[in-house]
Design a protein around this ligand. Structure first.
Ligand code: HMG
Ligand code: MG
Length: 300
């Protein structure tokens, strides 16, 4: 089977920077987004309108969007929004796309959102309704789709239940999160088939693999072969969730581009410009980029 067009959904500024110990200055975040867009990435998730007490790293979400101006608006610049307070803040800054973020497990819902699965769906419902009314694009993340640090492997039927409850709210796209990177290719196929059985087809699905166990690219290619066309990736391979122990970086955008090039898939993204951006960001963060392709191409 061939693999046609692929949409890269860049999460570096959000997933990448939410887990950094150092607080990255707003102007550095803005420069990061500008460089990613200039390199040809069309969809860039910029930040989160979450509680600043929970994620101090992204407490400057509003200032960042002000700094970005038009570059931070529109349906290809999603921001994470957990509740109505977050939506109000996001709307004040003119966002055109939001992402809610649920869980496949009770343990992670409690840790990441401070509430049960049922309560978190109740929290998201008015966010999605008001977003659709305002003509925003809405994505639903589901975390812990493969394994959970407290509960172990998560049954595909349980994951599909969580996906259904969020997609039933009317979200446009579902992103399957392998938050701690334990998923493997066979498991990816099994989950996609279960979702297909429930009427959630690959055309509405994106995949979001963290590379903790080195499986992110293999899992992504498996999803692409199954027909998925939206792939989440983070420039440099930054990323992780502060509320999931053992979560490390996302699939690196550069690693993904290297694989897609080999398949003859043109994305319009300038790989060399991304590598330069990652080297620059590594300098800001004081540690090398996790991406193997960045290290290979930059000799760092
Ligand atoms: P809570 O404590 O239940 O909320 O948090 P609350 O309503 O009790 O409010 C507590 C305080 O936060 C109050 O302030 C609120 O005003 C404030 P105080 O009166 O005490 O000064 N507050 C807010 N402030 C600004 N913006 C808001 C907001 N909401 C409340 N939106 C809440 C509930 C959901 C807000 C909290 O648990 C939270 O922010 N969680 C977010 C955690 C997070 O961002 N995790 C990382 C993203 S998920 C992820 O990375 C996984 C993903 O990548 C996919 C994958 O890899 O699997 C997407
Ligand atoms: Mg993530």
């Amino acid at each position: 089977e061939g693999v046609g067009e692929v949409t890269i959904y860049e999460v570096g500024p959000r997933d990448g920077l939410q887990n950094e110990k150092a607080v990255v200055p707003t102007e550095v975040k803005a420069e990061f987004v500008r460089r990613l867009v200039a390199a040809g990435l069309r969809t860039v998730e910029t930040t989160s309108f979450v509680s600043p007490r929970w994620v101090p790293q992204l407490a400057d979400a509003g200032e960042l969007l002000t700094d970005l101006g038009d570059l931070g608006r529109g349906r290809t610049r999603p921001v994470l929004v957990p509740n109505e307070k977050g939506l109000d803040r996001a709307l004040e800054h003119g966002v055109g796309a939001v992402a809610i973020f649920g869980s496949a497990t009770e343990s992670f819902a409690q840790r990441n959102l401070g509430r049960s699965l049922a309560e978190s769906v109740q929290m998201f419902a008015p966010v999605v309704r008001r977003s659709l009314d305002a003509d925003l694009w809405v994505r639903a993340y589901v975390s812990m789709c493969f394994g959970d640090p407290w509960e172990g492997p998560v049954p595909v039927t349980q994951v599909a239940d969580a996906c259904e409850s969020l997609m039933d709210l009317g979200c446009h796209q579902l992103s399957l999160g392998d938050t701690i990177g334990t998923g493997t290719a066979g498991h990816v196929e099994a989950l996609l088939s279960e979702l297909d059985r429930r009427g959630i087809g690959v055309e509405r699905i994106g995949v979001h693999f963290h590379d903790t166990y080195g499986q992110a690219l293999a899992n992504t290619l498996t999803a692409l072969r199954a027909g998925v066309r939206v792939v989440d990736a983070s420039t440099g391979g930054l990323g992780g969730c502060p509320y999931a122990k053992s979560a490390t970086g996302n699939l690196a955008t550069e690693d993904l581009l290297w694989a897609l090039r080999g398949l003859g898939i043109e994305t319009g993204v300038d790989l060399e410009a991304l590598v330069e951006t990652s080297v620059w960001m590594a300098d800001q963060l004081g540690r090398p980029a996790p991406s193997r392709v960045v290290r290979a191409l930059s000799g760092t």
